[in-house]
Design a binder for this molecule. Sequence first.
Ligand code: SF4
Ligand code: SF4
Length: 641
Amino acid sequence: MSRKKLWYLIGLSFVAAVAIPLAFQLLPAQTKTHTISLESKKYGYSPSRIIVNQGDTILFKPSSLDATHGFLLDGYPLEFVMRKGATFLKYTWEDDDGNLQSDWDRVSEVEFTADQAGKFTFRCTQTCGNLHPFMTGELIVRPNNLYYLFISLSIWLVFSLLFYIRSDTGSGFSGFRRINLLEKWPWLAKIFKLRSFQFLVILPNFIVFYLFIVSSLMGSPVGNRNITIIFVWILWWFLLKAVIVPIGGRIWCMVCPLPAPAEWLSRRSLTGVRYFEKKFKALHHRFTGLQKDWPKVIDNIWLQNVLFLALISFGIILITRPIATAFMFLGILAVSLVTALIYRRRIFCQYLCPVGGFLGTYSMASMTELRAIDCEVCKKHKEKSCFAGGPDGWACPWKQYLGTMNRNNYCGLCTECIKSCPKDNVGVFLRPFGSDRVLKGYDEMFNVMIMLVVAIAFSITMGGPWSVIKDAANVTESRQIAPFLIYVASIWGLSLVVFPGIFALVARLANRMAGNRVNNRIMTLRLAYILVPIGIFAWIAFSLPMLMVNYSYILNVLSDPLGLGWNLFGTADFPYQPFYPEWIPLIQGLILLAGLYFGISRGYLAIKDMLDKPAARTRAMVIPSVFALLIVNLFLNIYMG
Ligand code: SF4
Ligand code: SF4
């Protein structure tokens, strides 16, 4: 098919993909009145999902079974508060000066018309306990056109991409040429070469980190009133997933305060290099402690996978209890110190840090890379100072040799090689999203699966309306041991057995459809890359609403970081006010479609060099693309359906 015909086909099918779901709007529907006894109880509503037709009238008879709870409906001017035995409805009016005023009316019923179609979340507005920020319910007003539209667009996108792949003559999805930022901005190279650079960027983080530990131990035990919980689990988590990793890869490792004391102790220096002419175990340095090397048999990220899953099993407790976050930080600090006294280099970061595993695999897609400018120069340079250390820079703390390093996974962007290389042969490049596309082992593939399953589990647990799942995850408060064990077993089972098993089958079928020209293991690992961009975008789609909905807590804790009644900047009482929450499903849909596009296009590039014929490449991509479509539709269903 010619390129022109292809674009016609893609354009026409796009019109159909938009028109068909919107036509549902034209179907006639009868309106009626729904009388609903709405019960609120920590941490959910009953019914948790309310489904009506556009134009229906809803008559709530609200009640609270325990604490005071709120009800704020996204997209509708409807808010009330439920206390035991009493409900108060908020009403607003404009005063003579045009300012909006509000007050509360005691009521027994609340009536409104569901005149806007779509999915709308209702949220608790009263801090009612540990899981208060996740106390939500859902109102579905049919026809849910936006959801149908995104299902249709996702199908259109997959078929368009497959047609495009079929007609690709070799240059498809190639992106822009990478740019060496150190060449473009020489001042940046000068900054990176400063011996004090890393210390100076860690220092402010280090101070804030210790203040966070103090605030977790001494501040308010209520999560949304404690600065550590709000800054770490809402702001930092969002920035890490949506900005830091996709743009800067492991740049967080450059500024991370957690392993810094261990590294300073191990090096016996804050900024300087302790260089010895005579090598010890291949390096020009001596470190504090036993100076052992990490055992070869665990030279992979399996331990990180297991530790991440272990941490995530208590995820909802960790992100809502300041004391749990404090103990996690102190534990990490202790383990990094102990490992630094036994092993050389950043062993904790590379093999044990629970978030280090996904920082590595997700940084493969990031738009920045640090690489040797010319690998031939490396080959001829006998000293290999980046690996062994030099008078101006420490040996790579991540055991990387720049001459062969071709992925971001295990480069902590510490900038030591920029300083140690006497040939000025190290560059920091801006590159297209999704440029490292080769997963090297099943440990990395499982990491990708774990991240995807945890994104699904968190979306359901924290974003969904099901209090039974929240109670299962919130075991220290609910005391429901059996549901908790089922919850944890489901996450572990899906991550380690079900998803990898299904994906192995998908990859096998793909290989068979392409003519079995490639080893099954290699095909599976290459195709698994599809799930890296999809995972990154799914995490962004999960984290962004957390920020949009809870940003007012950031303003509150900035003024009152310890929850002691301070009002440092006058924002301690800033009202709870989600930021355009009615836009959240649309934004999430767009983010997920972007993930689907990058997943399939980069997955295709990952297998392209192994299959010479366009028809074989297309056949290899069909089943994995359908798998990707199903995954994205699962998220669409959770967020919009
Ligand atoms: S020190 Fe520089 S030239 Fe030598 S191997 Fe490392 S990056 Fe290459
Ligand atoms: S490759 Fe360079 S920047 Fe990356 S961790 Fe090693 S020394 Fe640091």
